[in-house]
Design a protein around this ligand. Structure first.
Ligand code: IPE
Ligand code: IPE
Ligand code: MG
Length: 244
């Protein structure tokens, strides 16, 4: 039976986060430049966003470009920026009632890319379906550092006492403050690591790793990950008996 048919549609994860990895290796395997893999990966983004929206996922956060990715060869970075500019397809979002958002150190992106992104955020803001979030020039350590700086500034100004700082309050200083924490984190491409993605938010997320390179990741593979997620017991520190 196909994974899609096995899904319990009443228990779809509310927030799915994906580390989209393996574009470069996918292209190399086919005798192409790495950027060819990024192009193919951009198509997968549209396929998976559409499928996730249809399944009823409310938030899909895609790790698209990390703070550390700025250290790649400049031609690869340039190719990624121009691909980003070209592949923001508002029509796909409007057709699927998807609202589009971005998190990360967006000021670091080229001005034309920023403008394109903010336009798309604005034009899709009234859509009431799934929220698709791209993490761009993002890393958790960058985000946590920013949050600490903001909180310290508020304390220094006397707007906040150190005693008022708790975990909820810290969460409200994260770029993800408008979303619940991820229920399921998927990483494609075979590496078993988080690479500085949503470290604070994934404290209790279910992790799923697969070998498939991102350009080959399709609907069935997403359903397989969600099926796997649905078999797990999330205990949040409690005992199994307490949960059932
Ligand atoms: C993920 O694919 C996309 C980005 C990090 C921008 P990679 O480019 O990391 O591909 P591999 O991991 O080298 O195959
Ligand atoms: C993580 O992939 C970043 C994105 C998918 C955008 P990387 O390919 O940069 O991660 P490492 O370097 O293998 O850990
Ligand atoms: Mg990689």
């Amino acid at each position: 039976m196909q994974y899609k048919e096995q899904l319990d549609l009443s228990r779809i994860p509310q927030h799915v986060a994906i580390i989209m990895d393996g574009n470069g290796r996918w292209a190399k395997q086919r005798g192409h430049e790495r950027s060819y893999g990024h192009q193919a990966g951009a198509e997968t983004v549209h396929v998976i966003a559409e499928e996730a929206a249809k399944l009823g996922v409310e938030f899909l956060t895609l790790y698209t470009f990390s703070t550390e990715n700025w250290n790649r060869p400049s031609d690869e970075v340039a190719a990624l920026m121009s691909l980003l500019f070209d592949s923001i397809e508002e029509e796909t979002f409007m057709k699927n009632n998807i609202s589009f958002r971005i998190i990360g150190d967006i000021d670091k992106l080229p001005a034309n890319v920023q403008e394109r992104l903010y336009n798309c955020v604005r034009n899709t803001s009234r859509n009431t379906g799934m929220c698709l979030v791209l993490a761009l020039s993002y890393s958790s350590r960058w985000e946590i550092t920013e949050a600490v700086r903001q909180i310290a500034t508020s304390v220094q100004k006397g707007e906040l006492t150190p005693e008022a700082i708790d975990s909820n309050m810290i969460s409200t200083h994260m770029t993800t403050r408008f979303m619940p924490d991820p229920d399921l984190l998927i990483r494609t491409g075979g590496e078993i690591r988080l690479s500085n993605y949503l470290l604070w938010q994934c404290a209790y997320s279910e992790l799923y790793f697969c070998e498939t390179y991102w350009p080959d990741f399709r609907e069935e593979e997403l359903c397989k990950a969600i099926c796997d997620y649905q078999k797990r017991e999330r205990r949040f520190g409690k005992t199994s008996e307490q949960i059932s």
